[in-house]
Design a binder for this molecule. Structure first.
Ligand code: SAH
Length: 563
């Protein structure tokens, strides 16, 4: 039984909504709240108090006994905005109750126990169709009960705390199996169905054939990843419509490409019609994989010749490499998409200091492969190798992971047998610009002054080009202990084309706790105040200091107007 206690009119309204929705599960306790809480605590397995957390803490504190047997207590605030799991999160079921109450009252469930705060990998949000008892298995994951993972091939799942054996299970398979009790079945996108069709083949004939071929082979249609065919059939209505009804894309290949695929059942008819001896089998096999259903023709009730063929291939699992920019430092400059990818990962690869930046966001069960400075190519190789094994990998970098960072070394290693997902981040130049004002209002470039990977002559040539073209320049990696002459040299080149009064912004640790930003000039900048935590933005000839802010006009009007 759930005891309901409220003190105010608004509380009573919310309380009555619960009581009406769950007449058999709830009992309303009226009277002075202290007495009501005491009575409910003794009589009920759970309490929902429409009271401030402070009040409830004081009331239940003397009543608390044992974590395993105490009732779970949920508080709902006066505005009905939050359902807070206060005590008995697991044993008392308060976490689950907070979610249920939240769902019913449209309040945000607030759950602070460690496992839950990290968040549940919504089994239905992984992009794989899911069948079976999602609620029970999710709850088991939450409550740290043993959940066994049975994957027939290594499709990339997020970090899950799974075991070899368990009362609950997650099964990853394209086979036509019914989920057992306490089991969910996830359907990987493993099946490629090659389809051939004569002009005007009815959709029911195509779809019926595809579904029968998959079913007869003991496979689930929900694992179909795509219908594949020859270019010439790209807009054949029967194929297009069948794909639409299956919710999968039509992928087409040229006749030459298909003709080069070795197939068990070539024939003369498609060769004459579209220029390849096989459409269905070749289109299914063109990306590699195992032929599970060789060419099969449709059966027509009217006895007329078949108008469709199909073949089914199981393609190898594809790993997932997300290259994720974490932003300049502050948590609220980490994009929601980046956060989602971090939680989607089963393996995280990155520099130790960046891993520290987001460690609290990772799911328990995520494998962390961190390394120190340098080791960049090794990190890239590790990330790609893990993705090739079928893992969901997140490779992280500060700012944007594609800007002087991990994306290019990683993609240089990657082949087309993995999926690569790029998640942009707020790069240092932008974080600094927002602090300085609007220095990037017109054309701008970034130049790294690190000559570790780039010869100085190349860097100098680019600085000179930017100087001559009057482009605003942001210097990354401007100065380190061992590299102190490059910044003065670069500034001198710019000074050949810009006045000594040109505004220069110096931003150190943008969006980090010890952030600092200052505006100075080409003549006044002291390079000793610049280090590796800093970016330096040099204005163009139109950039001005306006009320202490660095502003580069957008170009039209301002410059033409007489001053
Ligand atoms: N991928 C990163 C850049 C890596 S290069 C990005 O997109 O921001 C490393 C250089 O970036 C540092 O030497 C510094 O010049 C600059 N940088 C990175 N984060 C910074 C921050 N929060 N504040 C100022 N400069 C930063």
């Amino acid at each position: 039984m759930i005891g309901l206690i409220s003190a105010t009119a608004a509380g009573a309204v919310a309380r009555d909504r619960l009581a009406t929705a769950w007449p058999d599960r709830t009992r309303v306790y009226e009277g002075p709240v202290a007495d009501a809480v005491r009575a409910a605590f003794a009589e009920c397995e759970q309490l929902v108090c429409f009271l401030a957390t402070g009040a409830v803490v004081r009331l239940v504190a003397p009543l608390l006994g044992d974590k395993a047997s105490d009732p779970g207590v949920v508080c709902v605030d006066e505005g009905g905005r939050f359902a807070v799991s206060l005590v008995g999160g697991h044993g008392g079921g308060a976490n689950e109750l907070a979610r249920e109450v939240g769902g019913l009252l449209d309040a945000l469930p607030v759950v602070t126990t460690a496992t839950d705060a990290v968040g549940l990998p919504g089994l239905d949000t992984l992009g794989f169709p899911v069948e079976g008892d999602v609620a029970a298995v999710s709850r088991a994951l939450l409550d740290d009960e043993p959940v066994a993972l049975r994957a027939e091939s290594p499709w990339p799942l997020p970090g899950l705390r799974v075991t070899a054996e368990g009362a609950y299970s997650i099964r990853l398979t394209d086979r036509l199996v019914e989920p057992a009790e306490r089991e969910v079945v996830l359907r990987p996108p493993s099946l490629v169905v090659g389809v051939g069709a004569s002009k005007g083949a009815p959709v029911d004939e195509v779809l019926g054939l595809v579904e029968a071929a998959v079913r007869d082979a003991g496979l689930s249609a929900r694992s179909i990843a795509e219908l594949a065919t020859v270019d010439a059939k790209a807009s054949e209505p029967g194929i297009v419509e069948a794909a639409e009804r299956l919710g999968v894309p039509v992928v087409t290949h040229s006749a030459e490409e298909l003709a080069a695929v070795e197939v068990p059942n070539p024939s003369g008819a498609p060769l004459a019609a579209v220029g390849t001896p096989s459409v269905a089998e070749a289109a299914a096999l063109v990306g590699g994989g195992e032929l599970l259903v060789p060419k099969r023709k449709s059966q027509r009730a009217d006895g007329l010749p078949a108008m469709a063929t199909c073949a089914v291939v199981r393609r190898p699992a594809r790993g997932r490499l997300a290259v994720v920019g974490l932003g300049p430092g502050a948590r609220d400059l980490l994009t929601p998409r980046a956060k989602a990818e971090l939680r989607r990962a089963s393996v995280l690869v990155g520099l130790d200091q960046y891993v520290d930046q987001i460690r609290d966001l990772l799911r328990p069960g995520t494998r962390i492969l961190e390394s120190g400075l340098g080791a960049e190519e090794e990190r890239a190789r590790t990330a790609v190798a893990e993705a090739r094994k079928g893992q969901a990998v997140a490779l992280i970098g500060s700012g944007d992971a594609g800007v002087y960072a991990m994306a290019s070394p990683a993609l240089a290693e990657a082949s087309d047998d993995i999926d690569v997902i790029g998640v942009p981040g707020v790069t240092a130049a932008l974080a600094a610009a927002a602090i300085l004002g609007a220095p990037l209002g017109h054309d701008h470039v970034s130049i790294s002054l690190s000559d570790l990977h780039t010869p100085w002559e190349v860097i100098e040539r680019r600085v000179r080009a930017a100087a001559e073209a009057d482009i605003v320049v942001t210097f990354y990696n401007p100065r380190s202990r061992g590299r102190d002459w490059q910044l003065p040299k670069a500034l001198a080149i710019l000074a050949e084309h810009r006045t000594p009064a040109t505004p220069v912004g110096v931003v150190r640790n943008a969006s980090r706790p010890d952030e600092s930003g200052r505006l100075t000039t080409l003549a006044a900048l002291d390079p000793a105040t610049v280090d590796m935590m800093t970016v330096v933005t040099v204005g163009n000839t139109a950039t001005r200091d306006i009320a202490g802010r660095m502003v580069t006009p957008r170009g039209y009007r301002w410059q033409e107007e007489p001053r």
